[in-house]
Design a protein around this ligand. Structure first.
Ligand SMILES: [Zn+2]
Length: 730
């Protein structure tokens, strides 16, 4: 157990912190008996120093502590143990830094951060060990499919550990207990704790056979029974480990937690619903962009984590270096790139966490950038303590669809559909949240008027029932392609699970990839008018089709604004003429059920938009969202450019964040220049009964021109460089 002295030291540090930060809402218990009811919500700005083995005795500790103070950082993550221990560990085989001598580099930094009133979590990394561990416990080392023990891919003198056996369950448990009992840390954050790929070691073989009766699978085919069993078993094993570490850490210090470096969107391996239940605080490790990553991906991470964690605090880990596959860990990004990445996280409700590898600095250019970002964040803190988002649109993501339907091709078959809708919503300036498909109950959905299901192929009967209940309660749906055509384990149904909502029947055929296919715009047979879904496209007799489509037959009356012009040859050029200029095959179905509206696209409009970015597809998606939501949006922003718009409620205010994504490097490559956007008109619907008092621009730091009408404020934002926040005191 933590000694009373250590515990009181930790509590009084929190008290000091609570006193110097007027916005802190949690108060430490001075009696030293009951745990503080959650330190988790207090830190707003995190600092992480990941020591390298030769830092001790070499780096300037006071420099870092002074920097943390200048940043107003109120949370720290400090390297403690695992592959290298930075404190005088007594655990055999726990490798002490060869440079630390008799010192306690972790303990010294810990004490320094406590004096600054910071929350402190200790970092461990259990994924690699030295030769002496291999010699003493060869069974702790991960084994590849060929039966070879795995050397570390980047540091060949090290060995990769098995995450599911005694190394983690016994050795790392002892390490975590030692850290939690020696220092009154607020938690232990473990990096790369969940394994480095499939392991065929003796423990995995034996434990998997005992649990399931199967031999370890050697295929990646998710239809294979052993593969599926392994997927479940590995999750169970890792969550068992998570619970064990959390229990042992809490036994030493009830206020502390195990905090896993895990989580994410549809392609992330561990079930986010369980992660959300186990976590009081979590951090999204999205350090930088690589390849063709849009700048808005950092905001997307925030939304994915929030879908599972709700209002619990989420930190956004950003690096200041260039990543890419070549991992220049000691590098520095352009100032504009760091600013934009963090602005996207902040606008989407994440608290910034910078991470620096190596306490010895080889390039100091980032220091001023991060200091500037954090200084603004500190000044604006009152308006960044969000209570809830006010978005009315939910974009559903599904890990089970990625696993059991996407499999090896999940990026293309699942994630690219989501990315297409995401881009369309950003371009349409629609504030939205993401929604986890295993959290579709009434409580999780009540904030939303509309859910978008981008090829959410795998849905259980129970999940379909929850979506039906959402529609019965007045909610609307947009769905694409094979949504609900498979059960939760990827077995194809004879018809859509949501056929009754879509108003169509599956005809048994999926076509694609299609070349040179089109969609014909149809007028309403009775009125001769175009459906609102086609707004802005009226001049077009036809637009391009997607690439994959599902054959369906309507079974109830619905508007059918688009029909199929089937694929015809695209070569030789002499052969390029439509064989059929018109069919009655509907390619878009729109209907109303009570107050709810349903839009079903039996083709991959979302994925094709992501690949091709045809403006007609973007417009169709935006029209679908506007028509289906069937209400005035909480905020409308008018003006040129591409902006990510989010809207939030705080205790006594409302904010609209505007992140300027108008940049040639927004979708790929580091942003090297910020290009100001001209004036934007921001039309804000006030919450029921709310009246706007002061209106302020938090980045421009001035009062904008405001028009007030009952229930609304109209704000003119004169220019936006990277990020602006309209704050309305209520
Ligand atoms: Zn193993």
């Amino acid at each position: 157990m933590a000694t009373r002295r250590e515990f009181l030291a930790a509590s009084s540090a929190s008290l000091v912190a609570a006193r110097i930060r007027p916005s802190a809402r949690t108060v430490a218990r001075a009696d030293g008996v009951a745990p503080e009811p959650g330190w988790f919500d207090r830190p707003m700005r995190w600092a992480q120093l990941t020591l390298v083995e030769n830092d001790p005795g070499r780096y300037d500790r006071q420099f870092w502590l002074d920097y943390f103070a200048r940043l107003h950082a109120d949370g720290a993550c400090l390297s403690a143990g695992g592959v290298v221990a930075y404190y005088p560990t007594k655990i055999p085989l726990h490798h002490r830094s060869a440079w630390m001598g008799n010192a306690d580099p972790f303990g010294d930094l810990f004490a320094g951060c406590r004096r600054l009133g910071m929350a402190v979590i200790a970092r461990t990394d259990p994924h690699a060990v030295h030769q002496d561990v291999y010699d003493a416990h060869p069974d702790w080392i991960a084994v590849d499919a060929e039966g070879q023990k795995r050397r570390h891919w980047a540091s060949p003198e090290l060995w990769v550990t098995c995450a599911l056996g005694p190394y983690n369950f016994e050795f790392m448990t002892a390490v975590h207990k030692e850290i939690a009992s020696s220092y009154a840390v607020d938690g232990i954050f473990s990096n790369r704790w969940s394994g480095s790929g499939m392991c065929y070691c003796e423990h995995c073989r034996r434990n998997f056979r005992a649990a399931t009766g199967f031999e370890l699978p050697r295929t990646t085919d998710v239809r294979d029974a052993a593969r599926r069993a392994h997927f479940e078993w590995q999750q169970d094993r890792l969550f068992e480990l998570w619970r064990r570490w959390d229990r042992e850490i809490r036994a030493m210090n009830p206020r502390a937690r195990f905090i896993a470096n895990s989580g994410g969107g549809a392609l992330s391996p561990l079930d986010m619903r369980t992660i959300g239940e186990l976590s009081d605080i979590l951090f999204a490790d999205r350090q930088a962009r690589r390849g063709a990553t849009p700048i808005w991906v950092n905001g997307k991470s925030a939304k994915e984590y929030r879908a599972a964690l709700g209002s619990k605090p989420i930190g956004g880990i950003f690096s200041v270096g260039v990543e890419e596959p070549y991992r220049w860990k000691d590098s520095v990004q352009a100032d504009a790139e760091v600013r934009m990445w963090v602005a996207e996280g902040t606008a989407n409700g994440m608290r910034p966490w910078f991470t620096k590898f190596s306490a010895t600095l080889y390039d100091t250019r980032w220091l001023a950038t991060v200091e500037q970002i954090y200084a603004w964040h500190y000044r604006a803190e009152r308006y960044l303590r969000n209570v809830r988002p006010l978005a009315r649109v939910g974009l559903v993501y599904s890990q089970q669809t990625a696993t059991f339907y996407g499999g090896e091709r999940a990026r293309e078959r699942v994630e690219d559909h989501t990315l297409g809708v995401y881009q369309a919503l950003v371009e349409a300036r629609v504030p939205f949240e993401m929604v986890h498909d295993r959290l579709l109950d009434r409580d999780h959905l009540q904030a939303f008027a509309l859910l978008v299901l981008p090829n959410i192929a795998c849905l259980s009967n129970a999940q379909c029932d929850e979506l039906r209940a959402f529609v019965r309660a007045g909610g609307s749906l947009i769905a694409t392609l094979e949504t609900s055509l498979y059960d939760e384990h990827g077995a194809r149904r004879s018809d859509f699970g949501l056929a009754d909502l879509f108003g169509v029947r599956f005809d048994g055929r999926i076509e694609g990839p299609m070349q040179n296919s089109y969609l014909r715009l149809e007028r309403d047979g009775a009125t001769g008018a175009f459906h609102p879904l086609l707004a802005g496209l009226e001049e077009a007799p036809r637009i391009i089709n997607g690439v994959r489509r599902v054959d369906v037959t309507p079974v109830v009356g619905a508007a059918v604004p688009l029909t199929l012009i089937p694929s015809y040859p695209d070569l030789p050029m002499e052969m390029v003429y439509p064989r059929l200029e018109k069919t009655d095959r509907g390619q878009l179905f729109a209907r109303e059920i009570g107050r709810g509206r349903i839009v079903y696209f039996p083709w991959d409009i979302d994925r094709t938009f992501w690949e091709v970015m045809a403006p007609d597809h973007g417009r169709l998606l935006a029209n679908a969202v506007r028509w289906a939501a069937n209400e005035e949006p909480p905020v409308t922003v008018t003006g040129p450019g591409v902006l990510d718009v989010t809207i939030w409620r705080q205790q006594e205010s409302l904010t609209v964040h505007l992140v300027n994504l108008t940049n040639p490097m927004a979708m790929r490559g580091p942003i090297r220049e910020l290009i100001p956007l001209p004036a934007q008109r921001v039309h804000i619907r006030l919450p029921e009964g709310g009246a706007a008092k002061r209106v302020h621009l938090l980045v421009g730091d001035r009062a904008p021109a405001v028009d007030r009408a009952p229930g609304y404020v109209d704000v003119t934002v004169p220019a936006i460089l990277d990020h602006e926040v309209v704050a309305v005191d209520l």
